[in-house]
Design a binder for this molecule. Structure first.
Ligand code: SAH
Length: 324
């Protein structure tokens, strides 16, 4: 039995997602929650196209200043812990890697573009060394001389926990939304295999009308996030931010949101496969009650602080539930 705690900031939305409702009824935020990603479903961006974007300097996704949502929710990612191993899937030259390394964490990224990886080190004046990865043909590992930033230059699908180990935290911005829609399941399964129990996964997704822009970034409906990660993760929405800019206007969009999602991965006892009724499950139930109390106190405060402002929805539903 896997036990998980869920804090839902919007019960209507959750119920609609769980019941597989595919309609485009009004979202409580006033926007459409379009579950139909129609025109984007078949779209494939090849590795060569990504490399070309880097060569041409067509990297509007890169944030020179870093992402304000990571600053804002750093506490959620770290959860009071220090010296973490933090993973940056599809990392580009994200400056947030430097932030976290400077705080004493160990950062691992993966990126297909060697130019992006080299730019990262040179733009931060970080000396590095470069070596092949014996397990992956053609892959290279770039490591800062200080040893706390390791960037794998290869496809993320070549990685496994036996090569990179497991992580305590994940910053997923511009990653799930950059993955081709047909590869999402594979990506999510890989990510789940790369995280430790009690890890904290911050996922930034974007919300817009997928008929007006072909992506990337792709629109990933909340219902899909639940089906990708929901089996062994609890997902709660921290905030929906209006990230609308001139760039998005040029895409022909009317709105653009960047919801920040947290998967409190395996927070309680996921993977502790005690059959119901066994002494293990009694112990798990006791622990669950304890965790429930602790989480209600702690997460209730956090979620309340994060969500009320933007969603205007009371965030006081907290339940401990078991799932298969
Ligand atoms: N997360 C970064 C970059 C987002 S753009 C940021 O926030 O700035 C997506 C990045 O994924 C691009 O840099 C692209 O080169 C890289 N990428 C695309 N497919 C990949 C793959 N299969 N494996 C590793 N990196 C990939």
């Amino acid at each position: 039995m896997a036990v998980s705690l869920s804090v839902y900031c919007d019960c209507h939305q959750t119920l609609r997602a769980l019941s597989g409702d595919m309609d485009h009824s009004a979202h409580p935020s006033g926007l459409l929650e379009a579950s139909d990603v129609g025109s984007q479903k078949e779209r494939v961006v090849t590795e060569e196209e990504w490399l070309e974007k880097w060569e041409m300097g067509n990297i509007g996704f890169h944030k020179e200043e870093g992402h304000p949502l990571l600053q804002k929710y750093l506490d959620v990612l770290l959860n009071g812990r220090s010296g973490l191993r933090i993973f940056f899937p599809l990392c580009g030259k994200a400056v947030e890697m430097k932030w976290l390394a400077d705080m004493g964490h160990s950062v691992v990224g993966v990126e297909i573009s060697e130019q992006a990886v080299k730019d990262f080190f040179s733009e931060h004046s970080l000396p590095y060394c470069e070596e092949p990865v014996p397990e992956i043909s053609g892959a290279k590992l770039f490591q800062s001389t200080s040893g706390n930033i390791s960037l794998y230059c290869c496809s993320i699908y070549d990685l496994s926990s036996s090569i990179v180990g497991k992580f305590d935290g994940v910053w997923d911005r511009g990653a799930l939304v950059a993955v081709n829609p047909c590869d999402r399941q594979r990506y999510a399964s890989l990510m789940i295999s790369l995280v430790e129990k009690n890890s904290s996964y911050l996922l930034v997704t974007v919300s817009y009308d997928p008929n007006k822009h072909k992506g990337p970034p792709f629109y990933v409906p909340e219902s899909e996030i639940k089906s990708l990660f929901g089996n062994c993760c609890e997902i709660r929405c921290l905030e929906k931010v209006d990230g609308f800019s001139e760039r998005h206007k040029q895409w022909g969009l009317d709105y653009f949101l960047e919801p920040l999602q947290v998967d409190a991965v395996c927070l309680a006892f996921c993977n502790s496969a005690s059959p119901t009724g066994s002494p293990g499950s009694v112990a798990a139930a006791v622990q669950t009650l304890f965790m429930g109390h602790w989480l209600r106190t702690r997460l209730g405060r956090e979620v309340g602080r994060c969500c009320k402002l933007v969603l205007s929805i009371p965030v006081n539903i907290c339940q401990v539930k078991s799932c298969q």
